[in-house]
Design a protein around this ligand. Structure first.
Ligand code: MLT
Ligand code: ZN
Length: 474
């Protein structure tokens, strides 16, 4: 059976574009090296019609289909299981720009486009596509759509879902839905677009999207701020929102422990605030549609008021592009700094911004009580209430001993986020990593609705089985 499917796939997309499991090895391990899969074949179709034909061939042989973008996800959502039953679908040949419409401020691109390329195409057209995240040089738009990726500009522009007007999707039956509408208003029934976005390849295969574009800012001001407490950082954020309005485009948090780790792991990197005593820092970015001088004027006025109201302890303002890039480099290096320092227990929680300080105080104390000596590396998108609440091993314990507590420690963190009105996955998705814990935080009604949607759209459970929801095959 699998031999004849392999040959059928070769006939559909060309023999050069079908790989065996051995040849596809780099795609079969997730970025964290946590999951390793096997497949019948990895297929690289060149068009939506070819994707649809591949799906139909899989349906005919009862073969699961797993779609993967840049393989930068953190939840194992794009890694097939180890059974070797699935076909892996790679959309790297589907990377065309289909249309740029500057009057409508939209861009239509295929799912295999690298995010950075999408940003560059927009920039060439004199526009901004604002989705921005650490992996932008290798993640693809399809992966961003599949996971409803967030990143560092959500505060101003929203998640991938808010940046998308239309989609083209291959259904679980191998039909093509052309929903590439560039409409900002369209109340014609159920919102299929928003159902497919964030479904992690479990409801359909997104092959192209029509995206929103924005004006390119004329000037930007970047500053690194120091705070005496997390409460103070939250109060400053509120002040900055009121003072800057839509010009506030980033507010990214780093703890003092994070800055120290960055200095340790990147000794040649930037070292701002190296002798500061404050426990919290934030990178603030203001984008201005007028001019550099207007940006500075507004910035100084709002920050001046903040100092008078004791809403911050100190501020470093980037004087030029190089300094601004150095501040951003700190934030963007944070994941790698932790990777270099060894394995740790990562979380991607969100709570209402008003609950952030209470969440951190409560959860830090709880973890010290149950796992004394663990080290907290808390950073992330404070402007979205989204924290990467990461926990490293106590200095007197081994990494392995610490990692053995993964489930118990994470449960405390997730329970705490939930109790503070939050989510256990703000932007990284569920994948296979969090399938087993999702049921603890969603009501039976919500989970049942999700299962019924999956059942309705993919009754044979062939699309990325076992991701988001437990495998529903009989
Ligand atoms: C980030 O914001 O840096 C990432 O979402 C976190 C990560 O890669 O762990
Ligand atoms: Zn993040």
């Amino acid at each position: 059976m699998s031999q004849s499917l392999f040959a059928a796939l070769q006939a559909l997309v060309g023999a050069r574009h079908v790989q065996s499991s051995e040849e596809a090895a780099p795609y079969l391990t997730d970025k964290q090296g946590r999951y390793v899969g096997q497949v019948i074949a990895a297929v690289h179709p060149a068009s939506t019609e070819e994707v649809a034909a591949v799906v139909r061939a899989c349906v005919a042989t009862d073969t699961p289909v797993v779609v993967q973008g840049g393989n930068t996800g953190l939840m194992g959502g794009a890694t097939p299981d180890a059974s070797g039953r699935a076909v892996l679908l790679l959309l790297d040949r589907m990377n065309r720009v289909r249309a740029v419409d500057t009057d409508n401020d939209t861009l239509t691109v295929e799912a295999g486009c690298i995010l950075q390329t999408v940003q560059e195409v927009a920039r060439t057209a004199g526009r901004l596509f604002p989705l921005s995240l650490g992996a932008e040089g290798s993640c693809t738009l399809g992966g961003n759509l599949g996971t409803n990726a967030g990143g560092t500009a959500v505060l101003r522009y929203g998640n991938t879902r808010e940046l998308t007007l239309g989609l083209e999707v291959v259904t679980a039956q191998g039909e093509i839905w052309n929903g590439l509408r560039g409409l900002r208003k369209d109340n014609t029934g159920y919102d299929l677009r928003d159902l497919f976005i964030g479904s992690e390849g479990t409801l359909g295969i997104i092959t192209a999207a029509t995206l929103k574009l924005f004006p390119l800012p004329k000037a930007q001001v970047t500053a690194l701020l120091a705070f005496d407490s997390l409460e103070q950082a939250v109060a400053l954020l509120s002040h900055a929102r009121a003072g800057f309005g839509a010009s506030l485009t980033a507010f990214e948090l780093l703890s003092a422990e994070c800055l120290a780790l960055l200095r340790e792991q990147f000794p040649d990197g930037p070292r701002p605030f190296s002798s500061a005593r404050q426990p919290w820092f934030a990178l603030l970015e203001l984008s201005d549609n007028h001019s550099e001088s207007h940006a500075r004027e507004v910035f100084e006025q709002v920050l001046g008021e903040a100092f008078e109201q004791h809403l911050l302890a100190d501020a470093l303002i980037a004087e030029n592009l190089a300094q601004s890039q150095a501040f951003w480099q700190l934030r963007e290096n944070m994941s790698d700094a932790q990777k270099r320092a060894g394995r740790n227990i990562k979380h991607d929680i969100s709570v209402p911004i008003s609950q952030v300080a209470a969440f951190v105080a409560h959860t830090d104390a709880l973890l010290q009580q149950h796992f004394p000596g663990v080290r907290h590396y808390t950073f992330g998108h404070l402007g979205d209430g989204n924290l990467h609440y990461n926990v490293a091993h106590p200095l007197d314990a081994t990494v392995d001993a610490h990692m053995a507590h993964y489930a118990a420690l994470s449960r405390l963190v997730h329970d705490s986020a939930h109790a503070h009105g939050g989510s256990i996955s703000a932007e990284h998705g569920i994948g296979q990593r969090k399938v087993n814990v999702l049921g603890r935080y969603k009501s039976a009604v919500e989970l049942d609705l999700m299962r019924r949607i999956k059942q309705a759209l993919d009754p044979l459970n062939l699309l990325n089985p076992g991701k988001v929801l437990e495998d529903m095959r009989p």
